[in-house]
Design a binder for this molecule. Sequence first.
Ligand code: NAP
Length: 293
Amino acid sequence: MKVGFIGLGIMGSSMAYNIFKAGHELIVYNRTESKTKIFKDAGVPVAKTPKEVAEKSEVVIIMVTDAPDVESVLFGKDGVVFGAHKGLIVVDMSTNSPEYAEKFAKKLAEHDVEFLDAPVTGGDVGAREGKLTIMIGGKKEIFEKVKPVFESMGKMIIYAGTTGSGQKMKLVNQIAVALSDLAMIEAIELAKSFNLDIEQVYKVLSTGGARSFTIESYMPRLMRGDLEPGFKLSHLRKDIGYALNEAKKNGTPLFATSLIYQMLISTENLGYGEKGIQALIKLYEILSKAQSS
Ligand code: NAP
């Protein structure tokens, strides 16, 4: 398939590269041009605008930050709709909300363009290794057309239902990610107060009943003092904000999710939004310092 890829950040660069490796015809675009270098070097055409990507593709994949960013890539100056043609399929793989997915699908349909929401989970490692779990909402027949492209980026491909269902599934997933981040950090804090050997704590947490992707992926980074993002803390705060908005609509009580939202926003306010989700530990470190001084 002729695939266009917009957004070559931590996730998008690896995902696009895996599409290229799988043998699809690829064209890429990134707002900051320097991130296109590895593609240029590999002989992949680099478009000047999202419009150009749409003109030259059958499927356009978007992997940017938040809903307003997807909106500007689609409908802003030189956006995807200005290069729209009959049969074009747009796939938003960023994490945002079911409400936005419905809005995007409706507006794109006015231009004869099909839409799928297809957020992912599996982190920077899953993206690099082509082992993402992908959750798709939209028309089943459109999903079937794009499936080979999804298979080049992921191992578990889930058709979740109508438009917005992919984002719903992802918000459910994000609650579990956020709370496992919190669980890992509180466990580490207690271990530190006991002066336990942190290597041994890791062995216990990563092999016993508490083991999780979060512990396996982020605890080693914390142990080497690495706060750089695999998954940015500000992005997790965005996702949890959407989950709470959706829960509000039907009165679903999410006690711990409300708490983690406040903790994430506080850590972001302390200047750690662009760091990884493991930087939540800074909130504890700063508060325990404040208590002891
Ligand atoms: P990232 O490294 O910050 O990359 C964001 C990308 O979006 C960059 O290419 C950026 O372009 C582009 N972008 C942002 N706003 C834009 C705009 N208004 N117009 C055009 N381009 C724009 O983020 P990421 O970690 O790859 O995450 C991307 C999405 O995947 C997010 O929705 C995130 O929540 C989700 N996600 C992330 C992970 C993870 O572990 N990292 C896992 C699952 C899902 P520039 O280079 O010009 O800034």
